[in-house]
Design a protein around this ligand. Structure first.
Ligand SMILES: [Zn+2]
Length: 437
């Protein structure tokens, strides 16, 4: 038998909703169902449809990625993706319909496949007797019957449905009798039917030691150089400043995502989409200016109180390193400040073609600007800035602890490297050092 994975979700702890794809899309949509789900804040997205996950044979479309559907208009009803914000939730009136019921009231149903001829990977979903949602994924090599019996042996299952192919898969709303499912195959082959989205309520931000996330948009990139003058190319300067900003935030325990970390195409629309999917506490877009003039300026969306606070905090740090300011301005024209959901700011550090370009024509000077930005962002987050000197002392302390552990345990340098590379390596090393005293 192949592998079976079972996930169970208590709806007191998780939001669970569905989205389905339309039957009759003829044009390529802006996004896939999975992208939609991500933007809706899903932590986990399952494919409900019957697909060959390993991409064999005629069903090589496998996962939902890349399947293309414009909206969710099925039988004239909009749901979820692309059309309205409606989410279909799992309750007694709404359930996911498959052509086959695998388990009903703890009884494995007849008619499930018992041969392996058709058994590629399957998704099953349903409800346990206690109301929890159950999602089952099996690899090829499992028959439906085997999966159902296995699940039934482990849980008290009220209902488990096998997601079957094409037109028979989807979301059924009992109240109005609609089946949100494709009724025919799309022009590119079998249409993707539906996804289930899972999001933890009161999600813990475990990746961040201080519970804060910042998104950094790095202006321009790739075939779009931005402003260029005096041997300075904006896309490169932006990246240097942004990288320094990122480094400082990370050093203070903030979780950071950058829109790009190298020279590559990176449109504002992509940045905004990525930022909104990431869901940061604050969002910063790094640019530099051109058009004659000098000085720093910051743009915020009108009425954004936190955006203004962040801009003011950054501005004062920028002034502290000797750069003048043209002030904090509001804009509805910049897509960045208009479309980011988090409080955001767009920064123009200096004029690459202006008199102040000499203040920022080295990497060290550009990084200093990034550090100034970081100080302003940290202040906005309520995090005290720690100077690198303090950090230096911490590094020395860690080095002492590593020496102690290495000698006591007779470990080689590679092993010490692995230890340190571990996410909580430093904490572990301190504990080990204390233990070997
Ligand atoms: Zn720019």
């Amino acid at each position: 038998m192949g592998s079976i994975r079972i996930d169970v979700y208590d709806r007191n702890e998780y939001d669970i909703w569905f989205a389905a794809a339309p039957a009759d899309a003829t044009v390529k949509p802006a996004k896939t169902l999975r992208q939609w789900a991500q933007e809706q804040g899903a932590d986990i997205t399952y494919n409900l449809a019957w697909f060959n996950m390993v991409g064999k044979g005629n069903d090589q479309y496998g996962v939902i990625k890349g399947r293309t559907l414009q909206d969710l208009r099925c039988k004239g009803v909009m749901c979820g993706y692309g059309g309205t914000a409606e989410r279909l939730t799992l309750d007694s009136g709404n359930y996911v319909s498959g052509v086959k019921v695998a388990i009903k009231d703890c009884v494995v149903q007849k008619g499930l496949t018992t041969s392996r001829v058709n058994a590629c990977s399957r998704n099953m979903c349903g409800m346990l007797a206690d109301g929890r949602y159950i999602h089952v994924q099996s690899s090829d090599g499992c028959t439906e019957d085997e999966v159902a019996r296995y699940v039934n042996g482990k849980y008290t299952v009220a209902l488990l449905l096998v997601q079957d192919a094409g037109g028979s898969t989807g979301m059924y709303r009992a109240s109005d009798g609609y089946l949100f499912a494709p009724q025919k195959e799309g022009t590119n082959g079998r249409p993707v039917c539906s996804v289930v989205c899972i999001k933890a309520k009161n999600k813990k931000q475990e990746d961040s030691k201080v519970g804060k996330k910042v998104f950094i948009g790095v202006g321009h990139g790739g075939s779009d150089p931005g402003a260029a003058a005096n041997g300075l190319v904006e896309k490169t300067v932006n990246l240097t400043m942004a990288q320094a900003l990122c480094d400082e935030l990370v050093r203070h325990g903030v979780e950071v995502r950058m829109s790009r970390e190298k020279d590559e195409n990176d449109t504002v629309a992509q940045e905004v989409s990525e930022c909104n999917a990431y869901g940061p506490d604050l969002a910063v877009e790094v640019h530099n200016n051109a058009g004659g003039g000098k000085g720093f300026e910051a743009y915020i969306y009108p009425g954004s109180a936190t955006g203004r606070k962040m801009a003011e905090n950054i501005e004062s740090e920028v002034k502290a390193i000797g750069q003048s300011s043209r002030g904090i301005k509001t804009s509805t024209g910049f897509m960045w400040v208009r479309s980011t959901k988090a409080p955001s700011v767009l920064l123009e550090g200096f004029f690459v073609d202006g008199a102040d370009h000499t203040k920022f024509d080295t990497v060290a000077e550009q990084r200093a600007m990034g550090v100034a930005y970081a100080k302003g962002v940290l202040k906005t987050l309520g995090i005290a800035y720690v100077t690198p000197a303090d950090e230096g002392a911490a590094v020395e302390k860690l080095q002492d602890a590593m020496d102690k552990v290495q000698k006591a345990a007779g470990l080689d340098n590679d092993t010490m490297g692995y230890l340190l590379a571990y996410e909580y390596g430093a904490e572990l090393i301190y504990k080990l050092a204390a233990a070997v005293k």
